[in-house]
Design a protein around this ligand. Structure first.
Ligand code: CTP
Length: 393
């Protein structure tokens, strides 16, 4: 979402200004062009050179000096911006912005822009709770300005409460959200991800190689596209996306229960989880010596979660995933029919570098009405958007 975009980052005078340096680094890593505008107070906390080095661009501190030394005016940045982020935003800055004051480069740029604006406040919790600040925030929000944070925690002056600036990675995520068209706003999605773990005893289990990346990427993309998302996740090593409700499960039976309850209130179910088909028939409550297990393991079949829910799907969208080796389309088409799905996303895991445990994937989507769509090989994070656009077009 951010690649090739022009982002203006406003930095105002709070101690959290040092965290804005990390935000610049993250934005640049996403291939955004970042123009930093600092207030004079911000330059007391952190040197403009830091931002200049990270952004590889001239940093703007003062309006009038700049007009003399550069051909870039406040309106150039304002016109060019795809997004303006202000992080950290002090109470003083928020007051000025809410009241249309334009007495420095940053506030002037903001008055002159049509770009979306994302504000990450940072201040003492008592200041954040002051009616003047809250009124200013409400006024800006009513004008369409997006806010992220502040977060609960200890602030620099050791007070505890809501006032900490959100972490740079979360601000980056929010920025992607601001730039993503809200195609799924008003929808509730259940996404499953990861493997399930079927215990033999409290220590040993049967599982599979699913990393959960595809499901997590789908949950994140759906959230950024404006949906409310419940992520039902088996054990993975991944950090859940922001603003997504997570239901953590271990076994297929637990996953079935969680999905059933979440799907009752949802518009769509996307099962990217690799549900274990079998579980040990008689798991032990305590670990036993190996000889007690014998050399044959009795298994019981797990329920087919998606097939069970697809039976009563009505107008809801129920989408499965199929990782196949060889004759992938034919096998997936048979599954689509047998399970009564709206669509199935299929990938051939015999291809090196895609599917399980990989960063990339390459899929085809088969729809119940006979349509199909191929999506080129790309990072799972990007593919997730393409899949959702295809499913909800
Ligand atoms: N699935 C499910 N419950 C199961 C097994 C699978 O809901 N017990 C879902 C998966 O999450 C996926 C789809 O069904 O969305 C297809 O999964 P796959 O493992 O390919 O289906 P199986 O029926 O297990 O196929 P196979 O007979 O090839 O193992």
């Amino acid at each position: 979402m951010l690649a090739g975009k022009n982002v203006v980052l406003g930095v105002t005078g709070g101690i959290a200004a040092y965290k804005a340096a990390e935000l610049v680094r993250l934005l640049v890593k996403e291939d955004a062009t970042v123009d930093v505008i600092m207030t004079r107070n911000a330059a007391e906390f952190i040197a403009p050179l830091t931002f200049q080095t990270l952004s590889n661009r001239v940093v703007h501190v003062e309006t009038f000096k700049l007009l003399v030394t550069s051909d870039i005016s406040h309106t150039t940045l304002a016109d060019r911006a795809d997004l303006i982020i202000v992080a950290p935003a002090t109470a003083n800055f928020i007051g000025k912005f809410a009241n249309g004051v334009a007495d420095d480069m940053l506030t002037t740029t903001l008055l002159a822009t049509l770009a979306p604006v994302l504000v990450a406040p940072a201040m003492n919790p008592k200041m954040w709770a002051h009616p003047a600040v809250l009124e200013n925030v409400a006024r800006l929000a009513a004008r369409g300005v997006d806010f992220i944070g502040p977060e609960e925690g200890e602030v620099a002056c050791k007070d505890i409460g809501r006032g900490r600036m959100s972490e740079p990675a979360d601000i980056l995520e929010a920025a992607e959200g601001v730039l993503t068209p809200p195609r799924l706003r008003g929808k509730r999605l259940v996404v499953t991800a990861g493997p399930t773990r079927e215990p033999l005893d409290p220590v040993r289990f049967i599982s599979n190689r699913s990393s959960g990346r595809m499901g997590y990427a789908l949950a994140r993309a759906a959230r950024l596209m404006g949906a409310e998302v419940v992520l039902v996740s088996g054990p993975t090593a991944l950090v859940p996306p922001r603003d997504v409700e997570v239901m953590s499960v271990e076994t297929a039976l637990e996953m079935q229960k969680a999905v059933k309850s979440a799907f009752a209130k949802a518009d769509a179910l996307i099962m990217a989880a690799a549900v274990a088909d079998f579980r040990p028939a008689a798991p032990k409550d305590a670990k036993a010596p190996k000889d007690e297990y014998g050399d044959q393991l009795a298994l019981a079949r797990n329920p087919d979660i998606i097939a069970g829910l697809a039976k009563s799907k009505g107008k809801k969208l129920v989408v499965g995933f199929a990782a196949e080796t060889g004759e992938a389309d034919a096998k997936a088409a048979a599954k689509l029919k047998r399970k009564g799905l709206s669509a199935i996303v299929v990938n051939d895991v015999s291809e090196p570098g895609i599917g399980f445990e990989s960063e990339d994937n390459e899929v085809r989507i088969l729809f119940a009405d006979g349509r199909s769509l191929s999506l080129a090989r790309m990072a799972k994070a990007d593919l997730a958007f393409e899949i959702l656009m295809a499913l909800f077009s």
